[in-house]
Design a protein. Sequence first.
Length: 389
Amino acid sequence: MKLNNFSSSGFRGALIVTILFLLQACSSEEEPSGSQMPPMNVNFVRLQPEDIALKNTLVGRVSSIRSAEIRPQVSGIILDRYFEEGSHVEAGQSLYQIDPAVYEATLANAQGQLAVATANEHAAELRASRLRKLIASGTVSQQDFDDAEAVWLQAQASSKAAEAAVKSAQINLNYTQIKAPISGIISRSMVTEGALVSAQQAQVLATIRQLSPIYVDVQRPVTELLNAKQQASKPSAREISLELENGSQYEEIGYLKFSESSVDAGTGTVTARTEFPNEEGLLLPGMFVRATLVSGAVEGAILAPQRGVTLGVDGNASALVVGENNMVESRNLVLGKAIGDRWLVSEGLGAGDRVIISGLQKIQPGTPVNPTEVGADTPSTDANPTAQE
């Protein structure tokens, strides 16, 4: 009986050992060595040098090319308003009418005084002329003739003063009709009919602004301005594009007019004035916009797709490339500006390098790959890509 129990236990032990051996053998047969794995399929982009324009986006403020504040030049009561608020007015167009009655009376009085002065001048001239003929014969004395000449000269002076008074009265009468000094869009009226206005008062009656073309003033950093001056000979260096406050792109292209000749010591910036067409009136004085200006250019720039660039937690950038014999190599990069979905690479990559953009999680430096070339990812179809600062 004891022998049978021992035989049964030995048999079970031998069976367990046999099963473990078979499992280990099967596991060894199913696990291939690393050298037997086929190369990973990856896609890469071949880098080519490109000429790019560097652009800088700055905040700008819209201002009208011409602006005129309408104020009265004589005092009186407003009788009429001749314009529609918010409409376009032409230079010389009548805007307001001040009661002209007082100024018409002043003009009439000045004209009467001129008539009297003209009559006195004529009489003095006739007397001096007669005495000039008689003095040769000794009929009148030299003193009488000299007195007549003096009276005539005084009469001439009185006539000129009367003429000036008439002209002044006429000017004041003309000022009772307030006219537009420039063409443009007129604001709302700050006064109504029946209001009393005074000459050269502080309160404006209305404001006229010329909206097309229109200015956009931006503050440019000095370093960026110096780079831009080196590109000033190129037409594209003076072209400016705008983004409106709602995020939409302004369709018209503007041009750099000039930059101030001094630097703001507090901000280290220079005011640059640009000019834009504004036929639709989308740009309004006081509006803030984002202006994009050319700040420089890079010839033979290397642009790497962002999908193929890895940014580490320490801020360092790297990329995997297909090297000799299709082996993966790692490159440490020095990045410049982002251009759409690509990086401007200062160091680490060159022309002809094959940057891997797919399968990055499954490969590592030193492993073989099966590479396939794809087209470069570009932010647009423009011939000359641009970089935003």
